[in-house]
Design a protein around this ligand. Structure first.
Ligand SMILES: Cc1cc2nc3c(=O)[nH]c(=O)nc-3n(C[C@H](O)[C@H](O)[C@H](O)COP(=O)(O)OP(=O)(O)OC[C@H]3O[C@@H](n4cnc5c(N)ncnc54)[C@H](O)[C@@H]3O)c2cc1C
Length: 506
């Protein structure tokens, strides 16, 4: 039990998927959490209803399956995708679903409350004083009640909004509205995705018989172009499309809405005692429909970072937790930007300016300096050079990475000793072990997309350090098998050989 005046371990601002995932995970790890949600309307409307299959693992880790069972959802009925060519491809993605996001977020918040997370809603921050480890926070709860609390950490999961932000790609805007699904029987409930010359369309069934139409485009071009209103623009895009032409003249079930969809990163995501999570830390291009999954996953990583700082007395635990947290953020943004650029480059209309501007990095031409920037991004770059240099380095690494051609296993001569390939290096990597961050040795090599500390859930080190000197294969297998099942030892040796990470000596 927490004594009434004792500080909370963490105060989380915002009860979207990022905030509730962090709160639930921290509560599982034994911490006292106060979750503050501003919205008085609850469940509140929220865009971002298509959930990728990876959300399931996270829900399982949070033990939230039962709590989410009653959330209205539509199982994925396949997608018709008109992207690479002029004929639609039919895609099935097992495990994905479209949910009522308001109810999804509300069910997670109700679960957090039941598990012992304290919740203030509607409430907002009035003032903040103190410092890391002992924040003093004034809250306005409801219309008139004020409450003073203390917290060791503040986690900002308040969504898209606050600067500074570094745009990770040229600006994007999203415009969306809904029509009655029964007016489009020919679509068979399938999701539709279509590349148009000046943007792309996404459309899919929402729970309750509504059909969402969403246009993603360049906000400048959209403003300059006729017709001027968001609804007219959305209708014009449907009319110009191949898959959604029938929706162009249907009555809308409410106003067409518009928001920024530019991918960005908040370079101040880790400040002493204050962390940003979810959309407050980074936003991805909505083309992958994976924002919710990535926001939730990052919150789990943030909980591990916090657990390391709060529960680990080693003097370097704070620096290590920060390195891990920022590293995961950079990795998420860089990987997604890399994937998105390749995907934009595959569109049938990839030579159009909208597409070229978003696919340029694939050809290796686009540097960060050319990226369109939001808010005070330039100032942020000079203030957080290390994080941004890491982002550029990660993007360059991904852009330059070529998967190796696999060597046949038959080329491995068991009579010859093996050692690590000459280009291999042993580096130290922040890894999660028992819910805490620790430094682990990892193998780095140009044939690896990123340094590797574990393979098949088994630590590669200290074993591989012995391969600085030649070692017979039988001895390598014997050494690996001392800490893992024999078949895994064999797989690992084969995996390393096939990718050219080991070389024969003799
Ligand atoms: C157009 C568009 C389409 C998208 N489509 C998809 C999709 O199909 N699939 C997908 O996975 N992702 C999608 N996304 C991304 C997804 O919506 C976000 O990644 C996700 O909502 C992020 O969750 P979050 O918890 O960080 O923020 P949010 O979901 O925005 O939650 C933030 C919460 O904080 C509260 N809040 C705000 N300010 C305060 C404050 N000061 N104090 C207290 N509380 C506060 C808000 O009321 C809200 O409840 C899309 C994004 C856009 C822009």
């Amino acid at each position: 039990m927490r004594d009434g005046d004792a500080p909370f371990d963490a105060l989380v601002l915002g009860a979207g998927p990022a905030g509730t995932s962090a709160a639930l995970r921290l509560q599982q790890l034994g911490y006292h959490v106060l979750l503050v949600e501003r919205s008085a309307v609850w469940p509140r409307a929220q865009v971002g209803e298509a959930l990728t299959p990876g959300v399931r693992n996270i829900i399982e880790l949070l033990d939230a399956n039962d709590a989410l069972a009653a959330v209205p959802h539509v199982a994925h009925a396949g997608s018709r995708v008109l992207w690479r060519g002029r004929t639609p491809e039919l895609l099935q993605e097992a495990g994905s679903a479209i949910v009522d996001r308001g109810r999804f977020d509300a069910a997670l918040l109700a679960l957090a409350r039941r598990r012992g997370v304290e919740v203030e809603q509607p409430a907002r921050l009035l003032h903040l004083a103190g410092a890391a480890g002992d924040w003093r926070i004034g809250l306005l709860c409801g219309e008139a009640r004020t409450r003073q609390v203390r917290a060791r950490f503040i986690l900002d999961a308040s969504g898209r909004g606050a600067a500074p932000r570094i745009a990770c790609a040229p600006r994007l805007a999203a415009l969306w509205g809904e029509v009655d699904q029964s007016a489009l029987p020919q679509l068979g409930g399938a999701t539709q995705v279509e590349a148009l010359e000046h943007g792309w369309l996404w459309a899919g069934c929402l729970p309750g018989g509504r059909y969402r139409l969403m246009l993603v485009c360049d906000p400048h071009a959209a403003r300059q172009a006729m017709p001027a209103t968001p609804e007219a623009r959305l209708r014009a895009a449907c009319a110009a499309s191949h898959l959604l032409r029938a929706a162009a003249d249907l009555p809308m079930l409410g106003a067409v809405q518009m928001c920024s969809a530019t991918p960005y990163l908040a370079p101040d995501c880790w400040q002493d005692g204050r962390l940003k999570l979810g959309d407050a830390a980074f936003a991805l291009d909505p083309v992958s429909s994976s924002g919710v999954e990535k926001a939730m996953r990052f919150s789990l990583q943030a909980a591990v970072a916090l657990h390391t700082v709060l529960g680990d007395a080693r003097p370097d635990s704070g620096a290590l937790a920060r390195r891990f947290f920022e590293g995961r953020l950079v990795e998420a943004c860089a990987r997604h930007a890399h994937w998105t650029e390749a995907y934009y480059g595959q569109a049938w209309c990839a030579e159009q300016p909208f597409w070229q501007a978003r696919a340029r990095c694939v050809a290796g031409v686009r540097g960060e300096a050319e990226a369109d920037r939001e808010a005070d991004g330039d100032a942020a770059e000079s203030k957080w050079p290390e994080l941004l240099a890491n982002l550029s380095a990660e993007r360059a690494r991904l852009a330059g990475y070529q998967p190796p051609e696999l060597r046949p296993l038959a080329s491995l001569n068991p009579a010859l000793p093996l050692r690590l390939h000459g280009d291999a290096a042993i580096v130290e990597l922040p890894c999660v072990v028992d819910d805490r961050v620790c430094l682990h040795q990892a193998l780095d090599h140009p044939h690896l997309e990123r340094p590797l500390a574990f393979l098949e859930n088994e630590a590669l080190f200290p074993h591989l350090a012995r391969l600085a000197q030649p070692l017979p294969l039988a001895q390598l297998l014997h050494m690996l098998a001392a800490s893992m099942p024999g078949h895994k030892a064999q797989h690992i040796a084969a995996w390393l050989w096939q990718r050219g990470l080991l070389e024969s000596v003799g």
